[in-house]
Design a protein around this ligand. Structure first.
Ligand code: GSH
Length: 205
């Protein structure tokens, strides 16, 4: 298998973090330079079907994009430790939090960076108001996470799951535009510190 990766981008980092948590080392990593447009070549588009990373080439016919789909596939090959749930209730709760984090934390923060950081002007026609609105959405989402993390050690349950990897990689990425959860989000800060000291947090960074 080959993982098409890009070192500074947050979505491939989800997969690298996930692989490190599971100790997966037998996948070839291919670096794709987004700023040189290597994800837009006809060859890459034919293989991946979409101009983005990560992409996991499984065999000659199948390449999976979408970081969460890639991680689900890897979880089925390497089931331990578990990141997507051990029973129907846990699986649903993890899915619920993963979706909330993707839509309410990861997407707004990604838009805040794409529309707010000068380097990303190479990939996006930037609209400052889009950056500001998305940043405000992310601030609201931090309140939701803070409420949840007041009740639970990690986002979905009492251990690290996919939901935590999605949230931590997004919040860490948004440091590029000086995003930081507000000081009073004490449970978010406690959780984020616990996430960022995990060895997998520095996988491939
Ligand atoms: N939903 C996709 C998002 C993939 C994505 O947006 N990747 C970014 C890097 S983090 C990308 O390839 N961007 C290329 C571009 O915008 O031209 C996933 O989770 O994998």
């Amino acid at each position: 298998m080959k993982l098409y990766d890009s070192r500074r981008a947050p979505n491939p980092r989800r997969v690298r973090w996930f692989m490190a948590e599971k100790g997966i080392e037998d996948i070839e990593i291919v670096d794709v330079d987004l700023f040189k447009g290597e994800h837009r070549t006809p060859d890459y588009l034919t293989r991946a079907g979409a101009a983005n990373v990560p992409a996991l080439e499984i065999d000659d016919e199948t390449t999976i994009t979408e970081s969460v789909a890639i991680c689900r596939y890897l979880e089925s090959l390497y089931p331990e430790p578990n990141f997507f749930g051990r029973d129907p209730k846990e699986t649903a709760v993890i899915e619920m939090w993963a979706r909330r984090v993707e839509l309410m934390v990861a997407m707004p923060l990604m838009m805040a960076v794409r529309h707010g950081h000068p380097r990303l002007a190479a990939l996006e026609t930037q609209v400052p108001e889009v950056a500001a609105a998305n940043r405000a959405w992310a601030d609201r989402a931090m309140k939701m996470l803070n409420r949840r993390l007041a009740q639970s050690e990690f986002i979905a349950c009492d251990r690290v799951t996919m939901a935590d990897i999605l949230a931590a990689t997004s919040i860490d990425f948004a440091r590029m535009v000086q995003f930081k959860p507000a000081e009073e989000m004490e449970h978010v800060h406690r959780w984020l510190e616990a996430m960022m000291v995990r060895p997998a947090a520095s996988a491939g960074t």
